[in-house]
Design a binder for this molecule. Sequence first.
Ligand SMILES: *[C@@H]1O[C@H](CO)[C@@H](O)[C@H](O)[C@H]1NC(C)=O
Ligand SMILES: *[C@@H]1O[C@H](CO)[C@@H](O)[C@H](O)[C@H]1NC(C)=O
Ligand SMILES: *[C@@H]1O[C@H](CO)[C@@H](O)[C@H](O)[C@H]1NC(C)=O
Ligand SMILES: *[C@@H]1O[C@H](CO)[C@@H](O)[C@H](O)[C@H]1NC(C)=O
Length: 950
Amino acid sequence: MSGNSLESVPLYHQSGTRREICHWIAHIKLSRIIIVILLILFIVSLFNHYYLSKVESENQTLDIHRTRSKLEAFDDFTSMKASELKSRIEEMLRIKGSVSNELRDLEAKRQRLQNEVSGFSQRIDDLKQDLLHQQTDLDRLKISVVQAQAAQREAVERNTPELALPKRILINSLPITMLPTMDSRNCRMYNCFDHSRCALTSGFPIYLYDPDLFSIVNSGWDIDGFLRTTIKQTLGYNAHLTNNPAEACIYLVLVGEILSTQAITKKLNYEKMLNVKKLLSLPYWGGDGRNHVLLNLARRDLSVNSENLFNDIDTGRAIIVQSTFKRNQYRDGFDLIVPPILGPPGGDIWQECAQMVPARRRYLLSFQGEMKFNKLSMTTRQIDDAEIDLERLADDENNLDNFIIQHLRDMTSGVTFDKFFIQFECIPATEEQNSGGMALDWSLCGTDSSRKEILRDSTFALILAPINSSYITTSSMQARLYEALRSGAIPVVLGGDQVLLSYSEVIAWRRAAIFLPKARVTELHFLLRAVPDSDLLFMRRQGRLIWERFMGTAQGAVDTIVASIRDRLGIPPLPATQHSSPSVFNESFVPLKSDAIISEAEAEESLGPLEPPYPSPAFKRNYTMMLIHGHEIWNDWVNPFSLYPQLPFDTVLSSDAKFIGSDVGFRPIGKGAGGAGKEFSESLGGNHPREQFTIVILTYEREQVLINSLARLYGLPYLNKVLVIWNSPKLPMEDLRWPDIGVPIVIIKAPRNSLNNRFLPFDAIETEAVLSVDDDAHLRHDEIMFGFRVWREHRDQVVGFPGRFHAWDQNFHNAWNYNSNYSCELSMVLTGAAFIHKHYMYLYSNWLPQAIRDKVDEYMNCEDIAMNFLISHLTRKPPVKVTSRWTFRCPGCPVSLSEDDTHFQERHKCINFFVQVFGYMPLLNTQYRADSILFKTRISHDKQKCFKFI
Ligand SMILES: *[C@@H]1O[C@H](CO)[C@@H](O)[C@H](O)[C@H]1NC(C)=O
Ligand SMILES: *[C@@H]1O[C@H](CO)[C@@H](O)[C@H](O)[C@H]1NC(C)=O
Ligand SMILES: *[C@@H]1O[C@H](CO)[C@@H](O)[C@H](O)[C@H]1NC(C)=O
Ligand SMILES: *[C@@H]1O[C@H](CO)[C@@H](O)[C@H](O)[C@H]1NC(C)=O
């Protein structure tokens, strides 16, 4: 009952009382009448009210006609006394009060009921939501079951069980003595090498005769002591070395450089220096020197001394390794041409190298050298005749060389903008210049550092083939090549068709040097000018790669010799060493567990099946990797010294193969029929078989932040394992509750507090894909899933979320700056939230120059920049940024502005320092960002997007 209906009653009643009012009008005055009328009107309304409430309490269904007739019974109310009227009014008021109370009660009741209703509808909503979650969970379980069934079917159907590794066949006997049966000059691997000592699974054991005990040089002569120690030491670091001669595949004999002063002053020939009898009596020589490798390594660039120790000496079936070979002496595919060992034993050598830019340097071409005369390759009688011979020689065979010299001289003085530095006489003159003898080769002029200075200023370095064309390589030529590559001068080998460079079986020299027949000398200038800048830089970079990897250090040189013989035999290298993963907890300690939190957003979208842990298959390609990727392994990424369990560059099956014959492990979307979001989330799809990823979190004394991050990982599909690298020396609190997220969490005690630990190749990482995240990074499950799926298509790149770029600061100091502002190009994706291949963790920890890791430790910063440098350097590709949603809260970033500034200043410095180390800026820009395919596409309602939000 509302107030409105009460007020309307007196108005309605007014017309019914009009007759009585007319009787009155004749007897009383108007003013009185008006007062009385008003009074009556008021009283009538009160009566009405009373009556109505009364009848209503008696009979709720009272109709309007009956109301009127009862009211008429009160017609004589005017006769009431004033006191009576007053009490009536009071009663009315009381009634009014009780009615409003009643109304209030009813209102409260109404409210209560309304609350109950909304409570119920809330409940309904909750239940609906719950149903949805249950449905999602059920869906997820269903697809998990389907995936598990697929895995089981595969396991059952697999009719080629994995073959156990053949037993490591190690020969366990010393070589027996056999008499030489053939002319050693015809030796090749098939007829002179004993393959039975070198089984495929043997691991290629090598044995070194201790150079201190087994010298094959006559008494009175000595191998360069520094060389002897260095080789012994560096070979000691080579994992193939064995102490057991009975199991060895090859036997190394260090011959080495014989000290020059002795050789020159005593004027003796090689037969007097080398003791063949000592060679034959080496304990495992076996009569013919099978599987022996004679290392005649030179440390100096003087070819006179180290050149051809074994010339005209029968070394039986032994392989000769040296820098100088005569054409008819070198047994192709058997002997090995190596560069002289000119670098330090080991360590960082990047300081030796020049920066790669500018592409064009001051001199277009440089050469410093002069004809060298060789006395030691001649008999005493020849030395006597040398003076006479020299004139004659210059006339015939050296005619072309004279022409070349003349032409180059003319070129230098000709009219051209290009500058040359060509010098055919050394200043000051070298000792040999006037001492007579036969021209064998060009000697180097000046000192190492003076030549370095010129070469660093030269775009190209001229390398002339040995003057005596019966040599295919000399140590002097090899030394010249070494110096050119070190300084980034691109070698131009004139007479390139008559020489062989080192390790030519495996090194693609044509990517790093220009080879020209001598007859092309007149075309030389034209050709060099025609090389574009980008190719100049490519060749220079390639040259530096060769130099750093194979020549720059004694360690590299020795390892390369071993690797190239091993490669020839088709034996895989030894596996790269992983880093052990010691737990922070001792064996007796059982960490406390807690339940994981399921966040709303993660629960409502099914992103993929939850599968049991499934490590990526490892070492599947032991015997094909070096066949298929041999070229890249030697000349591009990676290196030939270690075997890696997987590569980011593994071969990919064609997409029909996964339906016909090679379906194992594949999870095609909609069983190959494809599909939108629903089908997409049910299988992993892609060009690669199913796989999972590992999350690596580096943490330092932020336990609760870490625990929260871990808890959020509950129910993440394709997650294999979580590694927490505990960088703090303080152990985790004992009462810390670790969330149970359905996959193992391995907490690793870091060797020391270093950001480089983030990239240690821990053996606990069993997948190729590694998601590196900061302990406080908050990535949503759909973002992680999408990132993982994108990474699977860009396995060799960094794939992740926070993009940054390097910017050239022209105004301030002409150097690089690190920049995190909004930009339409990026060149780095920070590893605070990025996927990388585990392979790069090996390279970061073992291959990257130590100086970079030291810088990271110095600043406690920049490890993410270093990883981007490394990967861009190896792949020449920029990183891939995924999705736009994720905002990167700079983790661990200092809060105060000044500290923030320090952080950035350090990062500027890091970038510029890394450029120094790499010799160039390897980062590349990209404008590309990966969003999922149906993102922002209008699709019909019965179809799902690939992801709801991204
Ligand atoms: C080249 O060297 C070989 C051996 O050292 C020698 O017999 C020959 O005469 C030399 N030829 C020239 C043109 O110097
Ligand atoms: C293992 O670690 C726990 C906690 O860190 C410690 O209390 C306990 O004494 C340790 N036990 C042994 C055997 O070291
Ligand atoms: C490949 O080599 C690795 C390392 O030596 C070894 O563990 C693995 O079993 C090998 N795999 C095959 C298939 O030969
Ligand atoms: C980023 O942008 C701001 C505002 O435009 C500018 O002041 C700042 O210098 C930029 N930072 C860098 C590192 O370029």
